[in-house]
Design a protein around this ligand. Structure first.
Ligand code: HSE
Length: 433
């Protein structure tokens, strides 16, 4: 530990910062730029603190702040009024934030996994202690989708949310759309600091589905367990899919989608074909895009930078300012809801086969066997017979029914790799509820 705690006055809001990485150090800069001398970082916790003190943004931390490798210096200090957590992960963070809340400190966090999995207990704890737990940076970085939904759309009855909430996947897929290679773009995203430490969290959809659950609690007032939401990887999307998607008037994006269906919710995360006329297709790079459909207000689109230090730090600073101003916001209760991953939609199936006569007949037979109607068959010329790609699109069908046909097709001896199946979004599938 070094330095001394800044003196407190009645009006000062002293901030204990957990994590001085990309977002933490950006928060120090953005908070300093707010010009609010009454809100001060008084404590910074991180491992390797001596190195952190030499960080180029360390200059934005007021001199005299305590830099420590002992988290208890922050959590138990009576001089800290608000803890900002920018480290991520469930454990040990949950225990740390419980300690802070129990000690009567406000908490601001960007931790989507924590809010998705343990949010309801933590909100109850915060309420019982008369303090605030805000998490505006947990979804879509600098895009105010969480405050926008919790406050601005609280008067509507939202029945569906869909969109792009993982900047890394959007960066990868929108770059592939213009010819980039999957592996190379993923490396670029990692180097730029967008990707999670383990890229599987991004590309396999785990990051997005945690965010979808955070949004569902606010917009649909539904508590859903992220583990119950099917997540499909984008790692099997290939250049050929963009070529066929284009022919269908679509592109490919990782879409997160949750829709209220009476007492149930259907929710899914994965690569989907998105019509180029949909706002979801317009997102490029790390841009996030969330579209809500409300019974009374219709569709609302939120978009902007979803990842990166400064955009995320804006959301964190906004939460800190809200607490400093005594804002309590709108709090509406959510209830536990059963999730189904089954959707009724047209689907895209892309096959890579070893060419021989009768393949289309065999695939059509597997679909007919479960009562699925083919909408189109697309095959570009010029590919070699040992890895021949072609595409079948279906009329709207239940994904669970299609899975049965795909399981049968996967066993067919001409299949060089498992079929790539993607839902096709329909641009005007508005709710009638
Ligand atoms: N890995 C996340 C993304 C960072 O790419 O969106 C922001 O949560």
């Amino acid at each position: 530990m070094s330095g001394t705690v800044l003196s407190t006055s009645e009006k000062a809001l002293n901030v204990g910062l957990l994590g001085f990485g990309t977002v933490g150090s950006s928060f120090a800069e953005v908070l300093a730029a707010s010009g609010r001398s009454d809100i001060r970082i008084t404590h910074v916790y991180n491992r390797g603190i001596e190195r952190k003190k030499t960080h180029e943004r360390a200059k934005f931390v007021p001199s005299g702040a305590v830099w420590t490798e002992n988290v208890d210096d922050v959590l138990t200090s009576p001089n800290v009024h608000l803890v900002v957590e920018l480290m991520g992960g469930l454990d040990p963070i949950e225990g740390w934030l419980r300690t802070a809340l129990n000690a009567g400190k406000h908490v601001v966090t960007a931790n989507k996994q924590l809010i998705a999995y343990r949010g309801s207990d933590l909100f109850a704890l915060a309420a019982s202690k008369g303090v605030q737990l805000l998490y505006g940076a947990a979804v879509a970085g600098g895009v105010p989708v969480i405050p926008g939904m919790s406050q601005g759309l609280s008067g509507d009855k939202i029945t569906r949310i869909s969109g792009i909430v993982n900047g890394t996947c959007n960066f990868i897929l929108s770059s592939m759309e213009t010819g980039a290679d999957y592996g190379e773009v993923l490396k670029k995203a990692q180097a730029a600091g967008y990707a999670e430490a383990n890229p599987s969290a991004d590309v396999d959809g785990f990051d997005a589905r945690a965010k979808l659950c955070v949004l569902s609690r606010i917009a649909l007032r539904a508590e859903i367990n992220p583990d119950d939401v099917p997540a499909q990887t984008i790692s099997h999307v290939s250049a050929i899919d963009f070529a066929y998607a284009k022919e269908l008037g679509c592109t490919v994006r990782q879409v997160s989608r949750a829709q209220l269906d009476g007492d149930k919710i259907s929710a899914r995360v994965g690569p989907m074909l998105v019509p180029t006329t949909s706002p979801i297709a317009w997102s490029h790079g790390t841009q996030n895009m969330v579209v809500t459909s409300g019974k009374f207000g219709g569709d609302v689109v939120f978009s902007g930078h979803g990842a990166g230090g400064h955009p995320t730090a804006v959301a964190v600073t906004s939460d800190v300012l809200a607490i400093a101003e005594g804002s309590v916001g709108v709090r509406l209760p959510a209830k536990k809801v059963q999730v189904s991953g089954d959707v009724l939609a047209p689907h895209y199936l892309r096959f890579i086969v070893k060419d021989s006569p009768g393949i289309v007949a065999a695939i059509a037979g597997a679909l007919a066997h479960v009562g699925i109607n083919i909408d189109s068959i697309l095959q570009h010329r010029g590919h070699t017979g040992d890895r021949l790609p072609f595409v079948v699109t279906t009329e709207p069908c239940l994904s669970s029914t299609l899975e049965k046909a795909v399981a049968e097709m996967s066993k067919m001896e001409f299949m060089v790799e498992p079929p790539q199946v993607m839902q096709i979004l329909v641009v005007d599938d508005r709710d009638t509820d």
